[in-house]
Design a binder for this molecule. Structure first.
Ligand code: NAD
Length: 297
C-alpha cells in the first residue's frame, strides 16, 4: 500500500505513537484527521495550524461519537484510505487476583470496544469506496504473548484486539489491507491515561513520577508501522526482543499438541476453517445479492 498523498484517520492521534504517525504521514503529503479524547492535547495540535491536519474530539469507546467522527471525517477528507485505530489506555499495575473489576472493564471499553467501534463504523465505508485502502489496529506485544505479570486485563484486551483484527483480515477482500501493530515498550504518555479513568470506572489513579519514560521512541514505532503497511504485512513488529517470546509460545503449543493428539484422530473433517469458510462465502454472496437488489430497486 502506497502511503503518499492519502486521506488518513488516526484515533488517539494527539500523543505518542498516533502523533508520530500523523507527523510522518503529513510529511508524505497526506491529509490527516486525528481524533482524541484528551482535549488539552488536541488543542495543542490544533494550535500548530498545519494546513493538512484536522482535529476532532472523540471518545472511541462511545459508538455514537465514532459515528459522528465518520461524518466529520468524510466532510473533511471525502473518504479514508489509511486508518490507524490506535487509541488505547493502560491499566493500574496489579496482580490479577487483586485487579479492580472497574479497571478491567475500562481497559476493555477503550482498547477492545474502541477498536470494535472504529471497525464497525469505518470498515463498511472504506469497503464501499472500492479502492485500495488499509486498516491498522494498534495491538501490542501483549497481543501475541504475555510478556509480564501485573497487566492481566491489558494483556487480555490486547489479545482480544488480535482476534478481532485477524478476523477483519480474513473476512475482507484483497484491496482492503489489514495490519496489527505490535510494539513492545515505547516512551509515551500512556501511563498518564490512568489519571483520566472516568468516575464510572473508579476514577483517576495517581501515576508515579517518571512512569512511561522508557522504551523506543514513538517515531521509531511509527517508522516500523508505515514500513509494515507499505509491505502489506499483517503483523507489524518494532522490537526484535519479542522474537524469543514468540518462539517460546509457539514451541510450547507445538510440543504440547504433538504429545496430546495424533495426526490420524479424524479431526481434519471437522476442521472449523473450511467449514465456516464455506458458510462465510455463502453469507457474503447473499449479502451482495441483497445489496444489489436494494440498489436496483
Ligand atoms: N507505550 C507503550 O509502551 C505501548 C506498547 C504497545 C502498545 N501500545 C499501544 O499504543 C497505542 C498508543 O498509545 P501510546 O503509547 O502512544 O500512548 P499515548 O497515551 O501517548 O497515546 C494514546 C492516545 O490515545 C488517546 N485515547 C485514550 N483513550 C481514548 C479514547 N477513549 N478515545 C480517544 N482517544 C483516546 C489518549 O488521549 C492519547 O492521546 C495504544 O493502543 C497502546 O495500548 C503502547
Amino acid at each position: 500500500m502506497d502511503i503518499t498523498d492519502k486521506r488518513v484517520l488516526i484515533t488517539g492521534g494527539a500523543s505518542g505513537i498516533g502523533w508520530a504517525l500523523a507527523e510522518r504521514l503529513l510529511a508524505a503529503g497526506c491529509r490527516v484527521m486525528i481524533c482524541d479524547f484528551n482535549e488539552q492535547a488536541l488543542d495543542e495540535t490544533a494550535k500548530l495550524n498545519l494546513p493538512d491536519l484536522a482535529v476532532c474530539f472523540c471518545d472511541v469507546s462511545d459508538r455514537s461519537q465514532v459515528e459522528r467522527l465518520a461524518e466529520d471525517t468524510w466532510q473533511a477528507l471525502g473518504g479514508v484510505d489509511l486508518l490507524f485505530a490506535n487509541a488505547g489506555v493502560g491499566v493500574p499495575l496489579s496482580p490479577l487476583l487483586q485487579q479492580e473489576d472497574d479497571h478491567a472493564r475500562w481497559v476493555f471499553e477503550v482498547n477492545f470496544f474502541g477498536a470494535w467501534n472504529t471497525i464497525q463504523v469505518f470498515a463498511p465505508r472504506m469497503l464501499s469506496q472500492g479502492t485500495p485502502c488499509h486498516f491498522t489496529v494498534t495491538g501490542s506485544e501483549n497481543s501475541i504473548c504475555v510478556p509480564a505479570p501485573l497487566l492481566g486485563a491489558y494483556n487480555a484486551s490486547k489479545h482480544a484486539v488480535l482476534g478481532l483484527t485477524e478476523t477483519l483480515d480474513i473476512e475482507t477482500p484483497e484491496f482492503f489491507g489489514v495490519s496489527i501493530l505490535c510494539p513492545a515498550l515505547v516512551a509515551t504518555n500512556i501511563a498518564a491515561s490512568l489519571t483520566r479513568i472516568p468516575e464510572s470506572y473508579g476514577g483517576p489513579v495517581a501515576v508515579p513520577a517518571g512512569a512511561g519514560g522508557r522504551g523506543f521512541t514513538p517515531e521509531q514505532v511509527a517508522d516500523s508501522a508505515l514500513a509494515g503497511v507499505q509491505a502489506g504485512d499483517f503483523y507489524i513488529f518494532s522490537h526484535h526482543c519479542n522474537t524469543s517470546m514468540i518462539e517460546s509460545r509457539m514451541n510450547q503449543q507445538l510440543a504440547t499438541i504433538g504429545r496430546q493428539t495424533s495426526a490420524d484422530d479424524g479431526s481434519d473433517i471437522i476442521d472449523t476453517g473450511p467449514m465456516l469458510g464455506g458458510l462465510f462465502k455463502q453469507l457474503s454472496a447473499c449479502n451482495m445479492d441483497q445489496a444489489k437488489a436494494d440498489s436496483d430497486g
